[in-house]
Write a protein that binds this ligand. Structure first.
Ligand SMILES: Cc1cc2nc3c(=O)[nH]c(=O)nc-3n(C[C@H](O)[C@H](O)[C@H](O)COP(=O)(O)OP(=O)(O)OC[C@H]3O[C@@H](n4cnc5c(N)ncnc54)[C@H](O)[C@@H]3O)c2cc1C
Length: 388
């Protein structure tokens, strides 16, 4: 994608920031505590064009570069992290199709996806295959011009509302990526929501287990065409780099919200006759929080720029995801300490930051797996730069 005009990027970010301040922040806690899908928010996100944020203008999208996309994800997450989750699986699927789909696949799905019709889910994980993606058991068997899907996929975020699922399944050649079309809802031609997963945070949007029983997919829905049979994991792992940048940007949004709430509170709350920002213990917390927040922003920028350049960004995206998510967890915890007992109540959003932040150390590959990815990438680059 060509770089987004900086003035346009700033304008978009300012528009979303204002909407988040005026509409999302006042309403998020009610939806979140009720675990209710924020339909009006999602409709407005569609109207802003966010479902097509990274899809090229030739398909009707905004064609934003990765950095601008990341900045928008940060703004949404500043108001409520789940809103970035509504878009993340959609954008991973759209990126897979845009980067690797055939011309026919791109023109068939991308124009609708820019409008959020259909919305997309991304389905790699299974009950016994999370970090260990090679353990995938969902299988696709060829039958004439179709494949028959059987198996169980776990943790399908947006799965029920999706009309399209980018799905990894085992074929005789290896792991293959299929684009599965379905009607939104719990039941469609052998695709069943077999379990709705109750979560600590990341509420308002569904994460479900989905079972496939003899569901038929046209062979034409193999991502990239049949020459990509058995090589789907390679495509998926590349797109997960975008997912990891999304998680890192989300983490910055949550961390910034926790920091700003803390900064406000230290001016309001007095103990021992002075505002608590006059206590050095609190000042040290603020200093550490602001430092890590600043570093996180720079890491998102670095990862986004590398991904945008079309280079393998596994190291940078992994580093950003690792550092920013740990920072979000730390800042949410520090914000709770700073707010004392009030931080522990459901009257303030601090407890939400505290419940939402842990998702980001797990989702899109746990932080243990990020360390493996980073180390492997660093060693490979070293070996390439220093051939023996
Ligand atoms: C709310 C939520 C939404 C999600 N949404 C989606 C989605 O939309 N689509 C999707 O496909 N997936 C989704 N996931 C799945 C997510 O990507 C996995 O949970 C994650 O990859 C970890 O897999 P696991 O839960 O099976 O943990 P496991 O792989 O079982 O790991 C358990 C522990 O062992 C550690 N571990 C595992 N292997 C190693 C190793 N080699 N070395 C060191 N430590 C290791 C892990 O770091 C972790 O601490 C979602 C998860 C959650 C919680």
């Amino acid at each position: 994608m060509p770089p987004t005009d900086p003035a346009l990027a700033d304008e978009l970010v300012a528009t979303i920031r204002k909407w988040v301040a005026d509409v999302v922040i006042p309403g998020a806690s009610e939806y979140e505590h009720a675990d209710e899908y924020p339909e009006p928010f999602v409709e407005q996100m569609k109207a802003f064009g966010l479902f097509g944020a990274r899809i090229a203008p030739e398909h009707g999208g905004l064609g934003l570069d990765t950095l601008t996309y990341a900045r928008l994800m940060e703004e949404l997450s500043y108001g409520w992290m789940s809103l970035a989750g509504v878009l993340n699986t959609h954008m991973i699927a759209a990126t897979l199709i845009e980067r690797h789909g055939t011309a026919e696949q791109r023109s068939r799905w991308l124009p609708g996806m820019t409008l959020g019709e259909p919305r997309a889910a991304f389905s790699l994980s299974e009950p016994d295959a999370g970090s260990d993606t090679q353990a995938i058991r969902c299988r696709a068997e060829r039958d004439g011009a179709e494949y028959i899907l059987n198996g169980t996929k776990m943790w399908v975020t947006n799965g029920e509302r999706a009309g399209l699922v980018a799905l990894a399944a085992r074929t005789p050649e290896g792991i293959t990526c299929f684009i599965v079309e379905k009607e939104p809802g719990p039941e469609y031609q052998g695709i069943t929501t077999s379990r709705r997963i109750a979560k600590l945070g990341y509420k308002g949007l569904e994460t479900v287990e989905m079972t496939y029983t003899d569901h038929r997919v046209p062979a034409a829905n193999v991502l990239g065409g049949e020459e990509w049979l058995g090589r789907g994991l390679h495509l998926i792992l590349g797109s997960l780099e975008l997912g990891r940048i999304n998680i890192a940007a989300r983490a910055v949004g949550v961390a910034r919200a926790a920091y700003d709430a803390s900064m406000r509170y230290v001016h309001q709350r007095e103990t021992f006759g002075v505002p608590i920002h006059q206590h050095q213990a609190i000042q040290f917390k603020l200093a550490d929080m602001a430092t890590k927040l600043e570093a996180s922003k720079l890491m998102v920028r670095s990862a986004a720029e590398r991904f945008e350049a079309g280079e393998r960004a596994d190291v940078e995206a992994g580093m950003a995801k690792l550092f920013c998510s740990e920072t979000a967890l730390e800042l949410a915890t520090e914000a709770m300490r700073i707010h004392g007992g009030y931080g522990y109540t459901s009257e303030l959003p601090i407890e939400r930051y505290f419940r939402d932040a842990p998702l980001m150390i797990i989702g899109e590959g746990t932080n243990e797996i990020q360390r493996i990815v980073i180390a492997r990438g660093l060693l490979k680059r070293w070996a390439e730069a220093n051939p023996s």
